[in-house]
Every structure is written in C-alpha cells, then in structure tokens.
Design a protein around this ligand. Structure first.
Ligand SMILES: N[C@@H](CCC(=O)N[C@@H](CS)C(=O)NCC(=O)O)C(=O)O
Length: 264
C-alpha cells in the first residue's frame, strides 16, 4: 500500500468529514477510499483490521496501523498533512474549536433518534431535543463568532465536523417536515448551516441521494438492517440511487416495498 486507505460506508457522514478536510487541503488523492456495502455481511478481513468493531470509517496506514473514530482520523490527517493547516494553530482558538466540537455527538444523536422514531407520541419530544442542540450552537456561535458566517475567518475544522451532519439532516426535512424556526434563537446557527452546506469543499453528497439512501433509517432500521417485508436495503449499491424514485414520506404509517423504492 502506497497511501493510507479509508474503509467507509457510502454517504457516511463520519467519513465525509475527512473528505471535506482533504478537499480543503487540496489533497483528495492522498488517501484511497474503499466503500463497504453495509447491506452485506462484513468481510472478516475488515473485521480483523478493526479488531472486531463494525463502525466505519477506519483508516489503515501504509505501515498497517489502523486508526478508528472519525474525529481521531480527522486530527491525524490534519497533523500528517500539516502544510496547509485547516485547524486553528493558536492555542486559545484551538480550544474554541475543540469546545464547539464537543457537542457534535449529541447533535448527531438527537437527529438520528428523531428520524428513526415511528411513534407519533414521541415526535414532539424528539423534535424539541434536536432543536435544543441547535439553540446551543446558536448561543455559542453568537458568543464566539457573532458576525460569521464561519467560526473563524474561513471554513475550518469545526465546519468539517458539522457540515456532513447538516447534510444528513435533509432527511429530517423530508421525512419529518423539520425546519428551524425563523426566530432569533436560531438565526445565527441557520446562517452558519447555510454557509457550511454551500461551501465548494463540501459537495460530496446530494439531497436526493441522502433522502433515498436513508429511507430505511426513517422507518427505524439503521446500519443496513433489513425492514420487514423487504429483500433489499435502501443502502444498496445496486440499483444506483439515481435510478430510483423519491421515497414516500408516510414513514409512520407503513413500510414501502422494494418495488416502490425502485430497489428491484
Ligand atoms: N463514532 C464513530 C461513528 C461511526 C459510525 O457510526 N458509522 C456508521 C456509518 S455512518 C457505521 O459504521 N455503522 C455500521 C456499524 O456500526 O456497524 C465515528 O465518529 O467514526
């Protein structure tokens, strides 16, 4: 192997973080990306590399060492290809960056829980939990970067971490009708989110791709699990998402068939 390899699931937000960072550094060709079909049993060779865990991405170095966890991989890439820094170099600014990144897990989790829910009695509570994360971001952005649009002068490490999640959450707009309220509580984070998603370095995925692939998440089946009555996961490579129709939005009422989703 002449360069590091990242094993990832297509449209995985965690690996898109690294793709964005490489794009910003102009180094996309420095890492080999290998896609793993999540709808098939995991290759034992890959499980050996990850020492038994199934979460991706993982990055294998030329030396055979394996790095796990997207934020750790992100930092490794930043430090290994240090010529064009994307992270802040000043110690205080780095602390701001790290502080804002500390919340990415809760942000992601509230969005995924919300989309995967099919119990109408829980919808309002899950929406509110997700909105609370946006309010946290709004307050902190107002404090650290009131003028924006980015946290510092340009799209940086914090933006690498959050942008891929903002894009995944297109599935909340589509399946839950979720939008940010048009009030001052969300104005700063809404502007940040728009600037992040519009950035040229972050265009690896599209809205329709996310909505089609994540249909199974919207009916409560994550990580390639097969929904009842279906023979193919919405994450399948074949047929390609471009040839499939937009999925139905009535996730609370029923599970669409393979044929309706264009999977067979
Ligand atoms: N904390 C991990 C999360 C990675 C993760 O959840 N990846 C998903 C794909 S988007 C995955 O691998 N799911 C399959 C599995 O966990 O078996 C990271 O930041 O790298």
């Amino acid at each position: 192997m002449t360069k590091p390899t990242i094993y990832h699931i297509p449209v995985c937000p965690f690996s898109q973080r690294v793709e964005i960072l490489l794009e910003l550094k102009g180094l996309r060709d420095q890492i080999n990306f290998v896609t793993v079909d999540i709808s098939k049993p995991r290759d034992p060779e890959l499980l050996k590399k990850s020492r038994g865990t199934t979460a991706l991405p993982i990055m294998e170095l030329e030396t055979g060492e394996v790095i796990k966890e997207s934020l750790v991989i992100l930092r490794y890439v930043e430090e290994r290809f240090a010529d064009r820094p994307v992270a802040q170099t000043d110690a205080y600014k780095r602390s701001v960056e790290r502080f804002l990144i500390t919340r990415q897990g809760e942000f992601a989790m509230t969005g995924y829980k919300f989309v995967m829910n099919r119990d109408r009695s829980k919808t309002d509570e899950l929406r509110e939990a997700h909105l609370a994360e946006y309010r946290w971001l709004n307050n902190e952005l107002q404090h650290f970067a009131p003028d924006g649009p980015f946290v510092f002068d340009d799209f940086g490490l914090v933006e690498c971490v959050y942008t891929s999640m903002f894009m995944r959450f297109w599935f909340l707009e589509y399946y839950e009708g979720f939008t940010l309220p048009d009030t001052p509580d969300y104005a700063r984070v809404a502007a940040w989110r728009s600037a992040c998603m519009a950035h040229p370095a972050a265009q690896q995925v599209s809205h329709d791709e996310i909505v089609k692939l994540y249909y199974d998440y919207a009916i409560g089946c994550g990580n390639g699990a097969l929904p009842e009555g279906r023979s193919k996961s919405s994450f399948t490579f074949d047929p390609d998402w471009r040839t499939r129709p937009m999925p139905p939005r009535d996730k609370y009422d029923r599970i669409a068939s393979d044929a309706e989703l264009g999977l067979v």
